[in-house]
Design a protein around this ligand. Sequence first.
Ligand SMILES: NC(=O)c1ccc[n+]([C@@H]2O[C@H](COP(=O)([O-])OP(=O)(O)OC[C@H]3O[C@@H](n4cnc5c(N)ncnc54)[C@H](O)[C@@H]3O)[C@@H](O)[C@H]2O)c1
Length: 421
Amino acid sequence: MPETIPLAIVGCGGMGHRHMYGLAELKRAGLSPFTLVGACDPDAGNANTLADEAADLLGQRPVVAGSLEALAVATDVAAIDLTTTPRYHHTVAVEAFERGWHVMSEKPLGLTARACALMVRSAAQHGKVLSTAENYRRDPINRLGKALLDAGVIGDPRLMLHHTMGGADGMLISVWRHQKDGSGVLLDVGVHFADILEFYLGPAATVFAQTRLHEKTRRNPNAGKQATKGGGIYERWQKDMPAEFAATADDAGYSTMLFESGAVVSYIEDHASRGEGMWKRAIFGSRGSMDLPGDRSGRRLTVHLPGQEAQNGASLLDLVPEFRLDDATAALFGGDRLFDYSFEFTETDRKLIAVEYADFGLAIQGQSGRPEVDGVQGARSVAIAYAWMESQVAGRAVTVDEVLNDQTNAYQAEINDSLGL
Ligand SMILES: NC(=O)c1ccc[n+]([C@@H]2O[C@H](COP(=O)([O-])OP(=O)(O)OC[C@H]3O[C@@H](n4cnc5c(N)ncnc54)[C@H](O)[C@@H]3O)[C@@H](O)[C@H]2O)c1
């Protein structure tokens, strides 16, 4: 038996639990290089439920600790999976690197561009792996879409639309997702989409955006209600959150973006819209276009080429004969050449998290060189998300580089202040 990597989950809320389910999924597939040795959270209740469930799913109860210091005293650790609220990502990551541990951090990598830079610098200083747990690009349908794009099936990309609308005044999962110094929805969700844009089109260069805080009061329909069976993992915490609260972070962004390739993106991310909801992601190229489904839905993408029937089935695979999913994704999703899949959301979710863990493990073991979404790529997504808001404040187009390098940071200033950065 090769030695496994002792890992602790730090942050045992919703995503900490979901990550543990992902680790169990990877173990069931016989592909886990990790042993879960620790569950770390100052909220002992959260750490204990994670540890109890891990005992059932992984066959060993991790130690419970309230801090990294207590964790280090209690057990040997080589890597942490960082699933705290975003406000603590940089402090926990830097402490972990100083302790000689590798880090896989949930997105957004850090709460500001400055916080991200600290994490990237510390990882490099200590020679440790910093991976960003970005799940959307790992969806097999996005892998197929990217293979089709790279094969030139729709020609050179000219325009990408990413338009998502909905939400009205409802709380998105938790209060902190609406607070500027907690994360804010355009950061929390926007980093996923920023990563997807760069996954498909390469580096983003310039952003012009208008952002708004439309809904200044958000409502939590689950306040005071007992969690229902099958109601989702977050209900147990939502019942104790307020029924109504003030939102401080912008909740809608409308942007035109220029990519280094010359491709243009029309971007709308509106978490406050009422009326018709919208999902539209499509890439228009010099030969045709590709319509992409919602991430983690398992639905098919569709290729439109002039004079031909729209294609969304097995014939897509004929266009990319070399296309193969990586070993972990293929094992978890049941095939290395997929054009759709059908699992309950919770199962898809844990499979994609399992893929993140597999990638992190290979990077630690030195087999892949670096994780697919490293610290720099994670920091780029944060910079793009803030570029929307910085463009609004500056009243002009901003470059992603000036935000990434922390030269333009007026929107982030009060967040940096609150973090003491
Ligand atoms: N990739 C995805 O699809 C996805 C989905 C949901 C959340 N997330 C990300 O996961 C992270 C956590 O989100 P969540 O929904 O689980 O939040 P949550 O509020 O449910 O849980 C956060 C947990 O972190 C703990 N915590 C806070 N400070 C800590 C510290 N210093 N050390 C240890 N634990 C600490 C809290 O006590 C809480 O248990 C966020 O970065 C979020 O953006 C990603």
